[in-house]
Design a protein around this ligand. Sequence first.
Ligand SMILES: C[S@@+](CC[C@H](N)C(=O)[O-])C[C@H]1O[C@@H](n2cnc3c(N)ncnc32)[C@H](O)[C@@H]1O
Length: 297
Amino acid sequence: MNESRSLEDNSPVAQLDGKIPANGSVAFQLTGHRARTLSPEEAEKLAKEQVLVSDFKQLKLEKDAQKNWDLFYKRNSTHFFKDRHWTTREFEELKACREFEHQKLTILEAGCGVGNCLFPLLEEDSDTFAYACDFSPRAVEYIKQNPLYDTQRCKVFQCDLTKDDLLENMPPNSADVVMLIFVLSAVHPEKMRLVLSNIYNVLKPGKCVLFRDYGLYDHAMLRFKSANKLGENFYVRQDGTRSYFFTDELLARLFLSVGYEEVINEYVLRETVNKKEGLCVPRVFLQSKFRKPERET
Ligand SMILES: C[S@@+](CC[C@H](N)C(=O)[O-])C[C@H]1O[C@@H](n2cnc3c(N)ncnc32)[C@H](O)[C@@H]1O
């Protein structure tokens, strides 16, 4: 991945990892501080959108958040998300956390789903102990049933990050790194800060949260109909699960308000061209890293 090329470059787009995906499409990727520019049609579509979902329905979606994710895993079992082997970035970050080779590291994967990120990480790095949690009891159960689940190497537990204290399942200041991958977008914006402060308590001073999630104007955001809009940059899918699309400013504000320091906070713009169908799909992610200060002020 070309992490060094910035969006301000104006140079030809970089090819993702130098590879052409198996489906014949060509993917390009850029990283930087500029969000995607909308076409006039896209801008008009977004400008016309209004929040049509009633307060009653909004409250029900919040009340049923856990149930809706659990039903998602009932329908999709462990097959929906691809194993996140692209977490090379996370592997590299783990390596960088070590002061010496084979140093034992403790990680937390917050909102781990069925382990698509967790298991590749454990396979790749034998010197890691992983805590992993999710609020879907079914997802937690799928992890426990996975043949790769080994209680010597990981502990998975059910936890609603917006209300259950992580300290009930792991010691304070114990994680060398926390991964928060496509999870915060599923949380109501008013409760995102609670998640970040819950995580803060288990992170070692001087260590980081690795964040990756949907960015503003991602293709998925533009595909939502007006009827699915819950608020600014916040939408609901047919199955009742919700998705927020982050700006770098909002994400930084959230983390900094809890006491973290910003290390990296940038958009990843990826363009997937499907030659056969003549489709060009712009994906936008936010990839960030925030540190708990060594000494609290
Ligand atoms: C899009 S999935 C991502 C799963 C996993 N991180 C991955 O990358 O494969 C979002 C996950 O967040 C979990 N989640 C959403 N809100 C949560 C909350 N308040 N507490 C704990 N987990 C939550 C969902 O159950 C779901 O497993």
